[in-house]
Write a protein that binds this ligand. Sequence first.
Ligand SMILES: NC(=O)c1ccc[n+]([C@@H]2O[C@H](COP(=O)([O-])OP(=O)(O)OC[C@H]3O[C@@H](n4cnc5c(N)ncnc54)[C@H](OP(=O)(O)O)[C@@H]3O)[C@@H](O)[C@H]2O)c1
Length: 353
Amino acid sequence: MERALFHAARGRGRTSPNPLVGAVVVSPDGVIVGQGFHEQAGAPHAEAHALVAAGARARGATLYCTLEPCCHQGRTGPCVTRIVESGIARVVASVEDPNPVVQGRGFAYLRAHGVAVDVGEAAETAIALNQPFFTLMHDRRPFVILKAATSLDGRIAAAAGHRTPLTSAPANRHAHRVRAEVDAIAVGVGTILADDPELTARGAYRERPLTRVIFDRQLRTPPHARIFSTRDAGPVMIMASAASSGRAEARAALEARGAEIEVADGTLRSALRRLGERQVGSLLLEGGAAIHAAAWDDHLVDYVRLYVTPHTLGERGVPLLQGRPFSSAELRDRRAFTLGPDTVIEGYVHRPR
Ligand SMILES: NC(=O)c1ccc[n+]([C@@H]2O[C@H](COP(=O)([O-])OP(=O)(O)OC[C@H]3O[C@@H](n4cnc5c(N)ncnc54)[C@H](OP(=O)(O)O)[C@@H]3O)[C@@H](O)[C@H]2O)c1
């Protein structure tokens, strides 16, 4: 199963909205005879790759897979029928597929066709690997990663509305690589007004368009913002609310620049649901302080990644989470490492589910 998990992770950044899945076929005498992973949405599933590689050696073998094999006709055929046809004797899976069209039906089909099924091997690792997929399935919203660069004294900018570059070149490279893996990056309109960021994944390889999201209920985003000059990187969505109803001109100007405007009820939760409907499984919430605080208050932050830099900004600086109590020691599966002079501290806010 460790090998299957290793393969699963090879699809990172390419399978969304599908999960990362790996599969390994082991013959009765303990030899790996086939292995594979889901390489991208629409491409064959991990089990199909592993079974093709195994060929006739799949007969009587055990198939290890990191997620319940599918039983529905999607863009590719159902895996369970292939598994039965190939003569696999036993399936060992980490976890049930939470997708409502599967949810145990894959296992039931296999058992009904004489295949032994064991579920639960390395379940925690498999669930952690697919947090965007599980969050989308369970909560109908993206997995939210709160990202911030802070000074040593926990400030994200020198003063409200000031652009304050804090991180070193190695930390910036890391941040761009992370951007290349997620489905979407988001900021509040305050950050657009203060920093005018491009929000692209520069210097990092990315195969799919990157959705950029601005939480801007009153359509205060300036049509000349730099983000609109990067439309080839991916769509720009503005999450507005009824508070923008009198701003037809602003709306028209933003749409003329290519913005896609969604009107929700003004809460972050409903805006995230909208993104979930658009199959955004992972969202990097890059700031600023107000939007971070709103997400934190509504328990919408799943993971925190802080780039702690060696500078101090002092009393006038804008505090992370607008000064709400926060301790990185409370993050789960916490990791810390250095990038040049900066230290990354990251971890889950709650147990992966
Ligand atoms: N160090 C870092 O990592 C980092 C990263 C980003 C930004 N920054 C800094 O942070 C500062 C900007 O932060 P900020 O707090 O002024 O702005 P912000 O968090 O970027 O944006 C705040 C705005 O988002 C809008 N919004 C939309 N939906 C919301 C919701 N559900 N709840 C709350 N607000 C919502 C609100 O405007 P409406 O009510 O009009 O919708 C609000 O004024 C700048 O100085 C920037 O340089 C630092």
